[in-house]
Structures are given as C-alpha cells and as structure tokens.
Design a protein around this ligand. Sequence first.
Ligand SMILES: [Zn+2]
Length: 291
Amino acid sequence: MSEQAETAGHCVAHSTTARAEIGVIGGSGFYSFLRDVTEVRVDTPYGEPSDSVFLGDLDGRRVAFLPRHGRNHHLPPHRINYRANLWALRSLGVRQVLAPCAVGGLREKYGPGTLVVPDQQVDRTKSRVQTFYDGEPLPDGSRPGVVHVGFADPYCPSGREAAVTAARGRGWEPVDGGTLVVIEGPRFSTRAESLWHASQGWSVVGMTGHPEAVLARELALCYTAIALVTDLDAGAETGDGVSHAEVLSVFRENVGRLREVLFDAVGRLPKERLCPCRNALDGLELGIRLP
Ligand SMILES: [Zn+2]
C-alpha cells in the first residue's frame, strides 16, 4: 500500500468518531483560515461526497464544512453527488445545514452583491437523482420504502431567521424571502428563459439549490439557502449576458462578508430544534436506517 493510501485509510477511520452539529456546504473560502481544522473522509452508501469534510469550532459549536464543488472546484453542478454530501453530513451528526450559493438576479433591483434568503424554490433541473427513497437496495441489504416527504416550505424557518438576523447585524440588509429557481446548467439561461423566470415572479436563479434542499428534507435535516447575487441574469440586464469570470469576481469580492454572516448565523442556530424539519419523516416507513 502506498503511503498516500495509508494516509487516506487513516483519515477514513476518523469518520466513525468525528462529530459535528452544524453543516455548511460551501467552498474553502469559508473554513480555510479557521484554526484547528480536522479533515475527515466519509464513505457513504451513495459513493463519495464532493470532497473531505472539514471540521472546526465556531462560537462553541462544532461545524462541518463541505466544499460543494470539491476543493479545487472541479465538479459542475449537475455532477455533484448531492446524496453522498447530505448523507455524509448527517452521518457526522449534523442536523442543521447552512447552504451559501451564488445566484443570478432576476430583477433589476437584485444586482450583484444582493443577499437573498429565499423561502421558496422551483425545480427546473433535468438529470439529477433527487431522492434517497428510490427502491434501490443499500449495501447493507436494506431497501428504501416509498416515501413522499412534505416540501411545501423547503427551507427551515429557524435557519432563515438566523441568516436574516445575522446579515442585518452585519449591516447587509438581505432580501427576506423570495423564490430561487434552480436550472440544470452548466450553461446560463437564454434571455427568453430568464424573462420567463422573472415573469413568474421568481427572484433569483441558481444551479445547486436542488436537489440539495429536498435531500436534506428527506433526512429530516434543517436546510437554509443563503444566496449571493453575483450577476443580473440575462433577462434583467442589457449588456452581453453573464460570464463565468464576472460571477467569480463578484463572489471573491463578497466572500469575506458572506463568511461573517455565515459564522454569525451559526451562533444563532438553536441548540435544540423546535422547527418542523425534525419531524419530516415521522410516521413514514423508511425501510432504511438513517446514519
Ligand atoms: Zn429546521
């Protein structure tokens, strides 16, 4: 066995003992400067998560950071193993998830730098596995039942409140509510698609919010999207359309204050969950044992 493989094996062993209570699905910009970060590799019945999970302490809370696109940003939105990511977080003990993401603004007033804490979502993705309860047996032989979770309100009310209050505390007045429409990508929208999204009354458009939110619900996790507008979407702007470079540059400009908001939000999350998310699976025959 090579030294590298031995090291990886050593890390995997840690995943049985490492614990966290709060998960943050976001890039290295959120955890890289924390002191005493522990890197943990987690195996799941659904394959490998996007990357290792990085554990650190914030405000006396144990937080698990998972880079959604991998630490080198090599995974496009439609290739992310969303099931493995959510399963990995839950298996570490995580019950509340904060999910920062980059989005396009569908209204002129939601320009770059706007922070949106959506309360609704529309799924316009096409190719993604969006359930744990698909009848396929797990490696342990158990077979998931037919499970329909409620998803009328896709986001955690306590998490949303924590995020909105944290942003206000940092002087960054957020848009409290609104609809995130999730497209398949990786291409951006045409102007016609973008105008149609806006005409439906939807607020922002992204590529990762689904199936992340519904998979969290299927594991009875709290899930809160915190969306940073990096560009005006094609229908709301009059220039040459959005470019990837523009998105990255606005994200870089704002990652510092987004991190501050996230960290404040972590401290505001309730230690004991009283929201409906924890009861999402009550009375349902899951057929599988959740980690
Ligand atoms: Zn909740």
